[in-house]
Design a protein around this ligand. Structure first.
Ligand SMILES: [Fe+2]
Ligand SMILES: [Fe+2]
Length: 136
């Protein structure tokens, strides 16, 4: 029995489902990695936290590439605006990694709240919009 941990991102089909299986599955994996990062904060081990941060960001990069490739293939007309949202987050992620790994900052509740809020807006509002075009 491990200690109970707070689940930061809880998958809810009605809220997050885009009707595109590939994307839904990747979003679930993203949630797992966000939760893993959040859980690692409790023991305060920086190496551990850094690994989970990097693994989350790696997955965010791969996920954004998947979405953008699919939107390109379907000629989705919201691609440019969508890509701008992605690019903005990627800049924030790089900055976060730099500052964490240089020891300039630690990851705490406010960083996790930022990540949660970003995906809580992006998936239901921005990602869901591609559902009709990207689903079969
Ligand atoms: Fe997206
Ligand atoms: Fe997404």
């Amino acid at each position: 029995m491990g200690k109970p941990s707070m689940t930061l991102m809880q998958w809810i089909d009605e809220k997050y489902g885009t009707n595109v299986d590939v994307c839904d599955n990747q979003h679930k994996e993203l949630f797992d990695r966000i939760n893993a990062l959040n859980d690692s904060l409790t023991d305060g081990n920086r190496a551990h936290i850094g690994n989970r941060l990097d693994s989350l960001v790696d997955y965010v990069i791969a996920h954004f590439e998947t979405e953008e490739r699919m939107m390109e293939e379907r000629g989705y007309n919201g691609l440019d605006a969508h890509r701008q949202e992605h690019d903005r987050l990627l800049l924030t992620c790089t900055d976060l990694q730099d500052r964490f790994h240089s020891g300039e900052m630690d990851i705490g509740e406010s960083t996790m709240a930022f990540i949660k809020n970003w995906f809580d807006h992006h998936i239901p509002v921005i990602d869901k919009s591609y559902g009709p075009d990207l689903s079969n």
